[in-house]
Design a protein around this ligand. Structure first.
Ligand SMILES: *[C@@H]1O[C@H](CO)[C@@H](O)[C@H](O)[C@H]1NC(C)=O
Length: 312
């Protein structure tokens, strides 16, 4: 600034020089600004010269990088990013619609970033291809499992999905990690059919477990009835024996009574002095029979008895 105090002519020169210096400083600052680009800690990128349309060769990592004026970085994440498929519907081996919820983390291989950019342009284009490819892997694995396997082999299904996505992403230069299959949902009709089947199975179990108890109860009732029947039979036999004995005794008594009567009559008949003839005796017996009868007796008895009473 010392020169500016000397004269008006040199003052004018001074202003021009200062102006030029100023312009130069601004120019250099602008050139530095457009030739320096920063990458964050979670980013990698490859320089792209927008003027000459040339893609750089090296993958750059975190930090400030210089390049040709006007270059920019095509940036990819250097950390795992998550991809989520929620309520993805697919058809399983049985043709039943299955709803899946799958998430995993993915990351492009930094060393292959140039190939990736040449194929898919930028991160958005790349992610789109990864999404379609992942979805297609899910559909493929879905169609390999039948409905009962979705119930019983969830672990195997998840492992198969993981393997298939790894295979598919191999050619996309992408790594995955932390894959999770949550919430495999089958159609509601299928679920309710399964539930009623479970209920029926439980009912069958209950019936089977009650079977021995009911059988025991029935056996007990049967044994009771048999015992009761035996008691009744025994009682009937005993009653019968009592009746039989009584009848025998009565019969014996009657026989004894008749034997005595027979003896008495025989004595009567053999004792000749009494004046009984055989006819008279029979007539006497007839009279006794009629006298002891409770009902009227009609009897056709011949006259020999009568003749002995008449005095002709
Ligand atoms: C499902 O697949 C398994 C294994 O292949 C098989 O054992 C099973 O019978 C299949 N179930 C039905 C319902 O098809």
């Amino acid at each position: 600034m010392a020169c500016c105090n000397q004269s008006s002519g040199s003052k004018c020169k001074c202003i021009i020089v200062l102006f030029v210096i100023g312009v130069l400083v601004v120019f250099v600052a602008v050139m530095i600004a457009v030739s320096l680009k920063k990458l964050n800690s979670d980013e990698v990128g490859i320089a792209y010269d927008t003027v000459n349309k040339a893609l750089g060769t090296d993958t750059k990592r975190e930090g400030l990088h210089n390049g040709p004026p006007g270059f920019e970085f095509i940036i990819f994440p250097s950390v795992f990013k998550s991809l989520e498929f929620s309520n993805l519907e697919c058809l399983n081996k049985d043709g039943v619609v299955i709803q899946l919820h799958v998430t995993y983390q993915f990351k492009a291989r930094p060393n292959n970033l140039r190939d990736i950019i040449l194929s898919y342009k930028d991160y958005d284009g790349y992610k789109k291809v990864l999404t379609y490819s992942g979805e297609s892997a899910l559909h493929e694995v879905c169609s390999e499992f039948n409905t009962s396997q979705f119930q019983s082999e969830r672990g195997a299904f998840q492992e198969r999905v993981r393997q298939r996505i790894i295979d598919k992403y191999e050619s996309l230069q992408c790594e995955i990690t932390d894959l999770q299959v949550n919430n495999i949902a089958r159609p509601s009709e299928y679920e309710s059919a399964i539930r009623s089947k479970e209920r029926a199975r439980e009912d069958i179990q209950v019936a089977l477990s009650e079977h021995p108890r009911l059988l025991t109860e029935a056996e007990t009732a049967k044994r009771e009835a048999e015992t009761q029947a035996q008691i009744i039979i025994d009682k009937a036999y005993s009653d019968a024996r009592i009746l039989e004995n009584r009848a025998k005794r009565e019969a014996e008594a009657i026989i004894v009574q008749y034997a005595k009567e027979a003896e008495a009559y025989s004595n009567i008949l053999s004792a000749s002095g009494l004046g009984f003839t055989v006819e008279g005796f029979i007539s006497y017996l007839g009279t006794r029979v009629i006298a002891s009868a409770k009902n009227p007796v009609y009897i056709g008895l011949d006259s020999p008895a009568k003749s002995s009473y008449t005095t002709s």
